[in-house]
Design a binder for this molecule. Structure first.
Ligand code: ADP
Ligand code: MG
Length: 463
């Protein structure tokens, strides 16, 4: 029918606009490399903040003692206790608790958020056995993973530049987040010291390095997306401090804010951005990360419903609700292997209240998921190539046998199999066979929590 062909035309146009041929991906990688240089050259020199982490030494594997970590950066936050065994012993014990953040706290007041976190931390510490209590006069020490853009002022302090990922608490922007947390801990008499303030990318890099000394970068693909890597301190013109003994400085790229004319942006992406909490910001993140992929699919489906009566004469009301289609549901539909696409049918019914969908329609929905996931995964691979270019590890030098490991973590990478496979395949394709053999993508399962504890250990006041 005419309506069906109109729907197919919308789909086809969307697919074309989302296209990521290799040439385009190379342009994206080159642009990333250029922006990295610019962001390192001067403060505000690029959309990429290229934040200096104050981490100039990564774990060696010999760290020892009992340390805590706190991970705040998305929908959940976690409290961990990590027991490090010292030389060659690794992590000998680890307990954690996960608490979901009440949505009202994500856009409320600073005090309410940090009081809530401090209370959860106090509860965790309060329930631990005698054996874990520090000796008299000694404080517990904490690595605080805070996964939002922070301008660090030292290893254990830093001011929030802006919120991302659905958080929006105005009175914290420009404030020292460690100061805020410390205030809340003191209020309830919790005697704990923040020894390190890190981003989840930095934590993942540190956690990855603890197990594998070839780790050179870390990438998070979860609710949001970001990357960190090890830079040579002398290659950071904006760094006016002393050159550290190691010669290295870890950089938190804040790559979610990358943007380039080479990015394949569609009308749906522009509308999503315009209606978001942070218009004009985090454009790369809005193409790639878990918070947004399902929403892009919803927007494309909505257009097909509105302009081509894809679901009948009226637009299903639920389809109008922003963020109703979550990425885990999109992923479930994308991986549906049943011959009648039962999962797709059920998701459409349960989430969007659209019943009686035909197999033909369900196939189109799967195709939309594929278009959006493929674009995101391929762009993420291009971003990784950009980092490898920046550190000169995208090609193999004669006689050199270096390995480079990229630690990856985040719910999207971990659970969205097709996304992960596409990312890995694309990176191989971009590198070519020979170079691809020297690059390893490693899933760093919750490296960020352990990483923060490790950094607390190496910055302990008792060393
Ligand atoms: P965060 O990024 O919030 O710190 P995670 O790394 O656990 O936390 O990532 C959670 C995100 O991962 C979710 O917001 C969601 O977008 C994505 N995700 C979780 N499970 C799945 C899944 N099964 N399929 C696709 N994406 C998923
Ligand atoms: Mg996280």
């Amino acid at each position: 029918s005419r309506k069906w062909s109109r729907a197919m035309a919308i789909l086809k146009e969307f697919e074309d606009k989302c296209g990521t041929p290799i040439v385009k991906l190379r342009q994206v990688a080159d642009a990333m490399d250029v922006e990295m240089h610019a962001g390192l050259a001067s403060e505000g020199g690029s959309k990429l903040n290229m934040l200096i982490s104050f981490v100039d030494n990564l774990p060696t594997g010999d760290e020892e003692g009992l340390y805590y970590a706190l991970d705040l950066g998305g929908t959940n936050f976690r409290v961990l206790r990590v027991h490090l065994g010292g030389k060659d012993k690794g992590v000998i014990g680890q307990e954690f608790e996960e608490v979901s953040i009440p949505p009202n706290l994500m856009t409320g007041s600073s005090e309410a958020l940090f009081d809530f976190i401090a209370a959860a931390l106090a509860k965790f510490v309060g329930s631990e056995p005698e054996g874990f209590h520090p000796p008299p006069g000694r404080q517990r020490e904490l690595g605080f993973t805070f996964s939002f853009p922070v301008r660090q002022t030292s290893i254990a302090s830093g001011t929030l530049i802006k919120w991302t990922k659905g958080f929006n608490i105005e009175d914290v922007v420009g404030e020292d987040v460690v100061g805020e947390l410390t205030k809340s801990m003191e209020k309830i008499g919790l005697d704990m010291r923040v020894a390190a303030l890190v981003n989840d990318t930095i934590g993942t890099l540190a956690g990855g390095r603890f197990y594998n000394q070839d780790v050179v970068a870390a990438v998070i693909l979860g609710t949001g997306t970001n990357a960190a890597y090890v830079e040579r301190a002398h290659a950071i013109p904006k760094w006016h401090g002393l050159i550290p003994k190691s010669g290295d400085m870890v950089i938190n790229m804040e790559w979610g804010n990358f943007r380039s004319s080479h990015l394949p942006l569609t009308e749906y992406d522009l509308a999503l951005d315009a209606e978001s909490l942070n218009p004009g910001e985090q454009i790369f993140e809005k193409l790639i990360s878990g918070m947004y992929l399902g929403e892009i699919v919803r927007r494309a489906l909505f257009k097909m419903a509105e302009e081509a009566d894809f679901f009948g004469d009226t637009v299903p009301p639920k389809l109008k609700v922003p963020f109703i289609l979550r990425t885990p549901d999109m992923s479930a539909m994308h991986h549906d292997t049943s011959s009648d696409l039962k999962v797709v049918g059920n998701k459409l019914k349960d989430i969007l209240e659209i019943s009686n969908t035909s197999l033909k329609m369900r196939k189109i929905v799967v195709e939309l998921c594929d278009i959006v996931a493929t674009r995101g995964a391929r762009l993420a691979a291009a971003g990784i190539l950009g980092i490898l270019k920046k550190i000169g590890r995208d090609t193999v030098k004669v006689g050199e046998k270096q390995k480079s490991v990229i630690a990856l973590d985040g719910g999207l990478f971990e659970h969205y199999t097709k996304f992960r496979e596409c990312l890995e395949g694309t990176l191989k394709e971009l590198l070519g066979d020979e170079a691809a053999e020297t690059i390893v993508i490693e899933h760093a399962n919750d490296g960020s929590g352990i990483g923060a504890a490790l950094l607390a250990a190496s910055h302990s006041q008792y060393l």
